[in-house]
Design a protein around this ligand. Structure first.
Ligand code: SF4
Ligand code: SF4
Ligand code: SF4
Ligand code: FES
Length: 948
């Protein structure tokens, strides 16, 4: 690949063939896999054939004619990129004739190219320039005065890259990248011959077209035609550091290309096992928040939230926080304080926060935001399969024949994995989508779902049971797998349960709103279509029956034997970068690292011996319990690292009332977020670019986060926790996060083989990694389930308490959009705002018409919890009776409307089902007016501190 510092581009992709072929290149014998191109065979053996239209991330195209070679016994000059090796072949890559042909090709290119190399942004990183050098071009006989493209207009509409057609050599790499890698099909070559141009959409600007700004085309472009604006502004990088994206649970690896301590660009890392050189708009481009002027870099304190902030030294802030926590515990008892750690933080940071709570606070009041997203995954998969994690690698999807997506919208929330999935679908795998909305996957270029089951929100369990009903009653079970791998009694009970007529698709149609024939068809396809994999997201977990639905998914996989090999499995798509990791390392109030219950005395004693403290055997408070306890006066102090509970937790007014009732809230973050407006101590956090650590993605893959610049506030987050702990009388002695990982490994059997040295050596590791699996475990439950035998669990559908009524006749469901991320604190401070500058309420045209609502008009949304106002987007993607919004902007107040209903097992909030009424209005809600006043006042209190 061209655009990444010092990485070799061997021209064409790897062949997957096992058979080896031996040939001779320039007199040198070489052996490569059958199907390898001559170009690649030469390059991996040190012979670089000139090329322009080939790059090893794309299938060869054979258009530039620069890579010609001579093959003994063959006429003409075949292109080495499109010609596969053959046994005994004798190839010559450098002859006078070849050199003259290549020089001729280059002359044609250069005669229509601006000669501004010295001032071009790609100077030093341009393949056209390189090839002019390689071919020995010294003069252009045709002159530069002929017909040319030099005055073609630049397209600067995209916030992150420019398109300068005057530099285009029409190599087609961008078009192929958009199709083959990204799967968006936004680009075409229009016109013929000399008039050929790359065109976005239907002769639109990049911004107006379907382009999703993944940057694959920019990366593939061999010239400065498609060029990052940061490179144009600051020039080429001088060194690169491999790190991991801090946004979603795909966990893409990037090379941060640097000029000193300044990021020039983020280039997806070709050897990154989660992304294999691809990325989305967030990871590649939306990193500017890290140096945004809103970053708070000085610690601050105040005694009341109506007081101005006072900037203080680290010592004073930490002394104050520690003294407040001690005072509160003395007055209100040991259990009156707790900690919350974000899934955005590293494993090492999360581990330290739970250690601080357990060892220095002396209780188990620690929780993580995974509580509000994937806690049902942890519970449901542990109960059925024995391990709280997904079963596969992302790559496994390349072997799937049937892909069932339920309650997930990968093209928006997990884009790089979505591209991989789409590639497999274009190759012929069949798709089943179970979602209330017609998400993009249902129908996108070259992809059509075989089945879309548009269920009513809140009925996942009903649909999963009716899918199971069809599989059992139509005799589609994998009986051998069940007999060998699963518990007999549990299976029989489950089989008898799902076979009951009330679980049939016909009976459940009333509940789910999905035609029985669709459910039958989908069940048959899932059970009989070959390797079938299930991918699911928060549309499954964030329900009153979230854990039941996760168990229903595991039941389906076991019933059909779709577990324990490539191409199958149960795959939770994790929202934030380190949701998996934050759960793994003991951030839940009931579990020590490695999902071991605090009541288990052997595990407790292990940690007690290592930490030199007594650990409480009773689980501590979960996040919602902390709020309830704050309101009843028993919970008074909170250490909140990296999490914006005010914006992200349901029923905002309940959350803010709880925070207002506490005596000391310590927020550690990079911005003054919504929660920090209720805080008494602000400890400046560090972005992922400023610290070392690890993230664990949705595939259980542990990857390194590497520091590329010093922390803006002097301390990395883990150092702050260490210093706070010391002031609370519990010193922690670490000089580097690698030592924290060494401690995690020494105390956690599934991590015992993990170390920074091994991560450096292998690139990344999928846990379990221990003496049985020293290099990690790509696929779980291969020969036996982690719990021994798989356990079917009965999944009785119970309708949520959140009922539609005459007063609240519609159901609101929520989700996210590609360009924004979670509470938006990071992405709102980047150019991504250009795609999505406010949260909208999507509504079906019938519902809109009934209420006199027009596209773009203001609508009030009222639920049993509260009222807010958003702009309407009238959309056929919705089904009648269901409305949808995102929650990326605090002023939208999406969570003012969501309720306290939660999953029965884990308290994960039921974000996906809220009964609402909507009507057109002309002004913001009372809550919004109050919010605006409060936020403005808090901003003033901050400004006063910062301006002295
Ligand atoms: S940025 Fe991505 S989506 Fe947009 S044109 Fe390029 S490859 Fe296609
Ligand atoms: S824009 Fe770049 S990649 Fe696309 S055809 Fe032109 S030179 Fe090739
Ligand atoms: S897919 Fe996720 S991990 Fe990858 S670049 Fe995008 S946000 Fe980052
Ligand atoms: S590189 Fe082979 S034809 Fe262009």
């Amino acid at each position: 690949m061209h655009k990444s510092l010092n990485e070799q581009d061997v021209g064409t992709p790897r062949s997957s063939a096992v058979q080896q072929v031996t040939l001779e290149i320039d007199g040198m014998p070489v052996s490569v896999a059958a199907g390898t191109s001559i170009m690649r065979a030469a390059a991996i053996n040190g012979v670089n054939v000139p090329k322009l239209c080939a790059t090893d991330s794309l299938e060869p195209f054979g258009s530039c004619r620069l890579c010609l070679v001579e093959i003994e016994g063959r006429r003409g000059f075949p292109a080495s990129c499109t010609t596969p090796v053959e046994s005994g072949m004798k190839v010559r890559t450098q002859t006078p004739k070849l050199q003259s042909l290549r020089k001729g090709v280059m002359e044609l290119y250069i005669s229509d190219h601006p000669l501004d190399c010295l001032t071009c942004a790609a100077n030093g990183d341009c393949e056209l320039q390189d090839m002019a050098g390689v071919t020995g071009l010294r003069e252009v006989r045709y002159g530069y005065e002929g017909k040319n493209h030099l005055s073609d207009k630049k397209d600067e509409s995209n916030p992150y890259f420019t398109y300068d057609p005057s530099k285009c050599i029409v190599c087609n790499r961008c078009v192929r990248a958009c199709e083959e890698i990204q799967g968006t099909f936004a680009l075409t070559i229009t016109g013929r011959g000399f008039a050929s141009r790359v065109t976005a959409g239907v002769d639109q600007s990049f911004m107006e077209s379907d382009c999703v700004s993944c940057g694959a085309c920019v990366q593939a472009c061999p010239t400065a035609t498609l060029q990052e604006k940061t490179v144009i502004a600051i020039g080429q990088a001088e060194h690169g550091v491999v790190t991991t994206c801090a946004y979603c649970g795909v966990g893409c690896a990037f090379k941060a290309e640097m000029k000193g301590t300044e990021v020039v660009r983020m280039v997806p890392y070709k050897d990154g096992q989660a992304n294999e050189g691809h990325s989305c708009v967030k990871g590649r481009f939306a990193w500017g928040y890290a140096t945004h002027q809103d970053r708070i870099t000085k610690p601050m304190i105040r005694s009341k939230i109506t007081d101005p902030w006072r900037e203080v030294s680290w010592d004073e802030a930490l002394d104050y926080a520690a003294s407040e926590f001690k005072r509160i515990q003395l007055k209100h008892g040991r259990d009156s304080i707790g900690g919350i750690v974000s899934s955005r933080c590293t494993n090492e940071e999360g581990y330290l926060v739970q250690k601080l709570v357990r060892a220095a606070f002396g209780n188990n009041n620690v929780d993580t935001c995974a509580r509000v997203c994937h806690s049902p995954t942890g519970y449901g998969l542990k109960q059925t399969l024995g391990e709280s994690a997904g079963t596969q690698t992302f790559k496994s999807v390349e072997h799937s024949d049937v892909i069932l997506v339920i309650g997930a919208n990968p093209t928006d929330a997990h884009p790089v994995f979505a591209s991989r999935m789409k590639k497999r679908l274009r190759e012929g795998a069949k798709l089943i989508v179970i979602d209330p909305r017609k998400i993009e996957l249902v129908s996108s270029p070259h992809i059509r779902a075989a089945f879309h089951l548009p269920l009513k929100p809140g009925t996942n369990v009903a649909i999963l049971s009716s899918l199971a009903h069809v599989i059992v009653t139509e005799d589609l079970l994998n009986k051998d797998f069940i007999a060998e791998r699963c518990e007999d009694k549990a299976f029989t009970e489950w089989r008898d349960f799902v076979s009951q007529p009330e679980n049939s698709p016909e009976a459940m149609q009333q509940v789910t709103g999905v035609a029985a024939e669709l459910v039958r068809g989908a069940a048959r396809l899932y059970a009989t279509g070959g390797n079938a994999a299930i991918y699911y997201g928060l549309g499954v977990t964030e329900h009153a029956q979230g854990s039941t639905a996760v168990m229903g998914i595991a039941n389906l996989a076991m019933a059909t034997g779709n577990i324990g090999r490539e191409g199958v499995g149960v795959n939770p798509l994790r929202g934030q970068n380190n949701v998996q990791g934050s759960c793994d390392i003991g951030s839940f109030p009931h579990e020590l690292p490695g999902y071991r219950h605090v009541s288990d005395s052997t595990t407790r004693h292990l940690f007690e011996a290592a930490w030199g403290v007594t650990i409480q055997p009773e689980p501590g408070l979960r996040i919602p319990n902390m709020f309830d306890a704050a309101l009843d006066g028993s919970f008074k102090g909170l250490y909140c690292q990296g999490e914006d509970i005010v914006q992200s937790d349901p029923n905002t007014q309940h959350v803010t009332a709880a925070l207002s009732a506490m005596e000391c809230i310590v927020v550690q973050d990079i911005f003054l977020n919504e929660t920090a407006m209720y805080a008494h101590v602000f400890l400046p956090g560090s972005s992922f670019l400023e610290k070392d650590g690890t993230f664990t993605n949705a595939e259980r893959r542990i990857s390194r986060v590497r520091k590329v610049m010093p922390p803006k506030a002097m301390l990395a987050d883990w150092e702050v926790t260490v210093q706070l702990s010391e002031r609370l009388g519990y010193p922690m002695n670490y000089s580097h996060p690698s030592e924290i990982m060494a401690e995690i490994a020494s105390l956690t059997p599934t991590f015992s083989g993990v170390s920074y040295a091994k991560l450096d050596q292998l690139g990344s590791i999928q846990w379990p990694c221990n003496e049985n699996a020293p290099e990690g475990t790509p696929i779980m439950h291969v020969d036996r389930f982690v719990r021994g035998k798989g356990r079917f669990i009965i999944t009785q559908y119970i309708a949520t308490d959140e009922k539609v009524t005459k007063k609240f006749p519609l159901i609101l469901t929520t989700g996210r959009i590609l360009s924004q991320y979670n509470v938006g604190a990071q992405t709102r401070r980047t150019g991504n705002i250009q795609w999505h500058e406010e949260d909208l309420l999507e509504i079906h045209p019938h519902d809109a018409e009934d209420r006199g609502i027009v596209d773009g008009g203001w609508v009030e949304i009222q639920s049993r919890s509260g009222t807010t106002v958003l702009r309407a987007s009238v959309s056929q993607r919705m089904q009648p009776g269901v409305v949808y919004t995102t929650f990326h902007f605090p002023e939208s107040g999406a969570n003012v409307i969501t309720t306290d209903n939660a999953d029965w097992a884990t308290n994960c909030p039921e974000y996906k089902v809220t009964a609402v009424q909507i009507k057109p209005v002309a002004e913001p809600s009372q809550w919004q007016k109050g919010y605006t006043r409060f936020a403005k006042a808090q901003q003033n209190l901050l400004n006063q501190a910062q301006n002295g």
